[in-house]
Design a protein around this ligand. Sequence first.
Ligand code: NAP
Length: 254
Amino acid sequence: MSNTSLAGKVALVTGGSRGIGRAIVQKLASLGAKVAFVYASNQQSADELVEAEVAAGHEVFALKCDVAKKEEVDKVVEQVLEKWERVDILVNNAGIIRDGLVATMKPEQWQAVIDTNLTGVFNFCQACTRPMMSQRFGRVVNMSSVSADFSNPGQANYAASKAGIEGLTRCMATELAKRNITVNAVAPGFIETDMTVAVVNAAGEQIKKSIPMKRLGRPEDIAGAVAFLVGDDGSYITGQVLKVDGGLTLGGMG
Ligand code: NAP
């Protein structure tokens, strides 16, 4: 994966306080980007990350924001532009699960997942692509999932949100390519984070057996793919979905 310097670049990462987003913040900052990240409610995790990054000499700050709320998103982007005058890289990583079978899924379970996972991506894309268009430079990475086209019972809301992200990604890529803005998605397999802790505790060994590489993914595996797509080495790639899943979706027997 790329180790291109991101010096001078300004990055905005959603859901940066924990899990995959945290590793993305760390990776982009280590490559020299100035990084702002948003989180929903876990201020302690956000503060700890900022403190560690600043101590390492990186420019990182955090803002509390619900990605589903357009007014809050617009305010965050305004604050980043006020501070650093540009936004080069947007990583839409924030996401939630509210699993349940369609037959019994509550409307709130459906809506919460669509609002956060899909509308949240739209909100940040809309707010960030305007400055990116005037800069004539931008790199957008949206966090999908192998669940977009690899089905599990009980995840209709999540699968629909991630399939929606992939459609949005391809459409935006065609709209923005001539402005030197690339838009791609990364689709992780099973990654060890708070989101997967329950299923890993219940069936971790069985899951590992189903993955050709025989291990779960680490948040850093996803952060490396994001760094590749936003760095110079990824500059001619747009509208793609990069699966990072240890071979999980290859459909092999063993
Ligand atoms: P996680 O550990 O549960 O962390 C989720 C992050 O999103 C946290 O920073 C959380 O903030 C933030 N967040 C949640 N709702 C938000 C909202 N409404 N507004 C702003 N921030 C919000 O999740 P993860 O496993 O790292 O997953 C990150 C992304 O990867 C998600 O989009 C997920 O769907 C995708 N993904 C994960 C896996 C996996 O195996 N883990 C596989 C495929 C795809 P707080 O800390 O404040 O709660």
